[in-house]
Ligand binder design. Structure first.
Ligand code: NAD
Length: 443
């Protein structure tokens, strides 16, 4: 395979301008990049990164590159690549990229293969597709691989397959769904190196998942449909970090928001936050717009589609395209869906209703919009960069487990972000410190 695979290198200049625009909002990452450029903490390390190819990711790649790493980047979702960014990374920032927006599954895994052929010392994943492919190959579980990747893996000698894993000292994981998969691997005893769960950092999920997903998911739905949210009934499935953000942003735009949940605590929180809470089957009858953000399977299923109103808009912002059971909708529809606008597939049910699936059920904020705004990714990717540095220094002391981002890193990122925002806070006095650490003072 050549040393990159992107849509069109001619788009590089536009990509560079957008990457620099995003960087204005990424002061924490920029300060890390400046330090990395001097200290080169990643010198001599090969990194394979499987992340959404966006302007913010490009700034992370620049940081790792300036830190001395030898990187390749592949997409972590077939629809999330920004082709101009991929072009700029290749031509202006010396980062080989393997990603094309809209690539099919075979191409997606051909690109994962390129990341594996880079023989990484470290991995960066968003959803754990890279690490799981690596483990399945090493274990010889070819049946679990996408067929073309399996075909390639079968051509490798046993030593070559084992060797691929031997180089790896550790990895990082960006998202909730990836962390869930990695923790399941740890439980099953198949996790082969330490991984830092970037998603678990407070400066990641409290801001990126909540405010980033909240805003950009509304943005994605609006860009795909130009729908007016005011006065519409907007159903949010899942009231975790992403769901909280989405529900509050949809309400902010004037929608009446219904939340569906399976966790009583989250459902209670949603109810006390002032949202209507009900089972999806009830919500299906009244919703105008639906968006899943659960990380779960078939949250919108055939019986829900059967209850929906004519014209319903249905999207997903959870990591994988499994939250909406599109095959079930296909079965209840006549003919093929009509692509009525970019990112809007209109299905006609046998009883004549139109149901619109946005972005093929993939992360709508990355499919039809630009993903999270740079200002939140500043913190998420500061966590990625500092976790990579931490891994480079400490991998030999870590076990084959999923680790949280060290609290010092998390707190330092919060401090730097506040500083960059020009926000000052109070400092505990000695007297207060003493009081808060003692039990003797009471009523
Ligand atoms: N779109 C993006 O850019 C983006 C950003 C961050 C995370 N994510 C992804 O979004 C998903 C959610 O992430 P999160 O951080 O909010 O996770 P979370 O664990 O905080 O929340 C998920 C919620 O979904 C609920 N849930 C599970 N099954 C359900 C069902 N059948 N019906 C209703 N609710 C259900 C859970 O009880 C939980 O409260 C994950 O797949 C994550 O990887 C996407």
């Amino acid at each position: 395979m050549s040393n990159y695979d992107i849509k069109d290198i001619q788009q590089a200049e536009g990509g560079r301008r957008r990457i620099e625009w995003a960087e204005r909002e990424m002061p924490v990452l920029r300060s890390i990049r400046e330090r990395f450029a001097k200290e080169k903490p990643l010198k001599g390390l090969r990194l394979s990164c499987c992340l959404h190819v966006t302007t913010e990711t490009a700034n992370l790649m620049r940081t790792l590159h300036d830190g001395g790493a030898d990187i390749v980047l592949t997409a972590s979702n077939p629809l999330s690549t920004q082709d101009d960014v991929a072009a700029a990374l290749v031509s202006q920032y010396e980062v080989p990229v393997f990603a094309i927006k809209g690539e099919d599954k075979t191409t997606y895994f051909k690109h994962i293969r390129a990341a594996l052929e880079h023989k990484p010392h470290m991995t960066q994943d968003d959803g754990a597709d890279l690490v799981s492919s690596l483990f399945f190959i090493e274990m010889g579980r070819f049946e679990k691989l996408e067929p073309s990747l399996a075909e390639w893996a079968k051509t490798l000698k046993d030593e070559e397959r084992k060797e691929m894993l031997k180089n790896v000292i550790g990895g990082t994981e960006e998202t909730t769904t990836g962390v869930i998969r990695l923790k399941a691997m740890e439980k099953d005893g198949v996790l082969k190196f330490p991984v830092i769960a970037v998603n678990d950092a407070l400066t990641k999920h409290m801001f990126d998942n909540r405010y980033g997903t909240g805003q950009s998911t509304v943005d994605g739905i609006v860009r795909a449909t130009n729908v007016l949210l005011a006065g519409k009934t907007f159903v949010v499935a899942g009231y975790g970090w992403c769901g909280r953000g989405l529900a509050s942003r949809a309400r902010g735009m004037g929608a009446q928001v219904i939340v569906t949940e399976v966790d009583p605590m989250k459902a209670l929180e949603a109810a006390m936050d002032g949202f209507q809470v009900m089972p999806m089957l009830d919500a299906a009858k009244v919703g105008d717009i639906f968006c899943t953000v659960t990380g779960d399977l078939n949250v919108l299923d055939g019986h829900h589609f059967a209850a929906m109103k004519d014209g319903a808009l249905v999207a997903n912002s959870g990591h994988f395209n499994v939250e909406i059971n599109i095959p079930a909708l296909e079965k209840m529809s006549v003919g093929k869906p009509n692509l009525v606008r970019p990112f809007v597939d209109q299905y006609t049910t046998k009883d004549g209703r139109k149901i619109n699936i946005l972005g093929e059920g993939r992360l709508i904020n990355l499919a039809s919009a630009e993903g999270h705004p740079a200002s939140v990714m500043d913190m998420s990717f500061a966590n990625q960069a500092l976790s990579a540095e931490y891994m480079a220094k400490n991998a030999d002391k870590l076990e084959k487990k999923v680790y949280s981002v060290p609290a010092e890193i998390d707190n330092e990122i919060a401090r730097l972000k506040l500083e960059a925002m020009g926000v000052k806070i109070d400092v505990l006095t000695d007297e207060q410190l003493h009081y808060l650490n003692s039990w003797e003072e009471g009523t």
